[in-house]
Every structure is written in structure tokens, then in C-alpha cells.
Design a protein around this ligand. Sequence first.
Ligand SMILES: C[S@@+](CC[C@H](N)C(=O)[O-])C[C@H]1O[C@@H](n2cnc3c(N)ncnc32)[C@H](O)[C@@H]1O
Length: 214
Amino acid sequence: MQFGITTLFGILVFAIVTGIVWRLASRRRELPCPAWLHWCVELDNPFTKTNRAAFIVEHLRLEEGMAVLDAGCGPGRLTVPVAKLVGASGVVVAVDVQSGMLDRARQKVAASGLNNVQFLNAAIGDGKLPNTCFDRALLITVLGEIIDPKAALKEIFNALKPGGILSVTEVIFDPHFQSCGTVTALASEVGFMVKERWGHKLAFVLHLAKPNVA
Ligand SMILES: C[S@@+](CC[C@H](N)C(=O)[O-])C[C@H]1O[C@@H](n2cnc3c(N)ncnc32)[C@H](O)[C@@H]1O
């Protein structure tokens, strides 16, 4: 009994210390969640409903034929359900900086029989996205992994159509967690307007709109 409690405590301390070191190191250089940890990303965390794929997808209000950018798609946790909802007349562009993550996403898309997903191995913020293309963009537990988050948000802003929506999710369990205040401030600087928010300070989904100028 005593041994079990000590082991659990040891694992908890190890996880917290690793998270803190990872977070601090990420401020100096890009240290994304490694591809071998894809299984961890794919878990639908039972403690934070705002990071569950079903919750995020439901609030996107997707329609058939929409074009969606999955920025930092990882192993395709969101890519597959979103591609199903936009249908054959829609498209999902799944972008990730790590080819290992994209390989995993490709496998899942192929296994689902979908052919409306395009993959792009690129870093958001490096200017590889097309302009004024997307109805929706997803940035789910990605922003804190990006060294220049403002450049990334600016690129996504330009890639959205007027009236398009960027959905950002952040959860405290992620070592790269960004507060709602930080995300809102950066997003406002590049032109986004806050539209809606769900959850609380430690786990939230934030919808940011690109103004619909006439
Ligand atoms: C924690 S995972 C989240 C994956 C997915 N969004 C999800 O919620 O299931 C973060 C992902 O962002 C990717 N990433 C980090 N920086 C990136 C960048 N600048 N451009 C594109 N992808 C990036 C990482 O490679 C990783 O796959």
C-alpha cells in the first residue's frame, strides 16, 4: 500500500517537473509534442470536456461543402470527424510540422475511406497557407508550441475568409498551455474579434472571428 502511494506520487512529481522543464525549454526553441506521443494526444481526456473532439466539432457549426484548416493536426484526432461533416463537396487541409504526426493522420483518414483531406507538412507561421480560403480553422492545443504565435495567428487570419472562425482550445494539462488572456490579446493584435467562449480559465474553447467587411 505504502509502496503504491509512493510510486504514484513519484510519477505525479515526475510528470509535473517534466512539464515545467518542457514549457521553459519551449520558450527558446521549438519543441513540439513528439510524434511517438500520438497515443496520448488521441486520448479524449475525461477531465476536460472542452478538449474532447466531439465537443470541439459540435461547436464549429460545420456545413457540407465548407473548407476547414486543421492547423497542427497531430495524429488527425479532429481531422477525421471534421472531414466527415464537410462531406465530399468540402475539404480539410491538415497541416503539421512533424511528418510522423502527418503519417498517423494519413493512416486514420485512409482507414475512414475519406478522400477530401489534403496534407501539408509545414510550420504555421512560415507563410505556406493560401489566402482567403477557409470557413473554419482549428488550433487545438498547438499555439504554445509555436515560437512566434503572433505570426502563426496572422497567417491563419489571412487564410480565413471574411466571417470565418478560428477555434482555439487550451487545457492546463498541456505543458504548452496558453491562458485565455494571452490568446485573446495576441488574436486581437492581428485583427480577430472574440465571438464565443466555453469552459473556464484552465480549459477553454475560444472562437475568434475574422470581421466580415463589406
Ligand atoms: C498537442 S498536439 C495537438 C494535435 C491536435 N491538434 C489535437 O488536438 O489532437 C500539437 C501538434 O501541433 C504541431 N505543431 C507544433 N508547432 C507547429 C507549427 N508551427 N505548425 C504546424 N504544426 C505545429 C505538433 O507537431 C503537434 O502535432
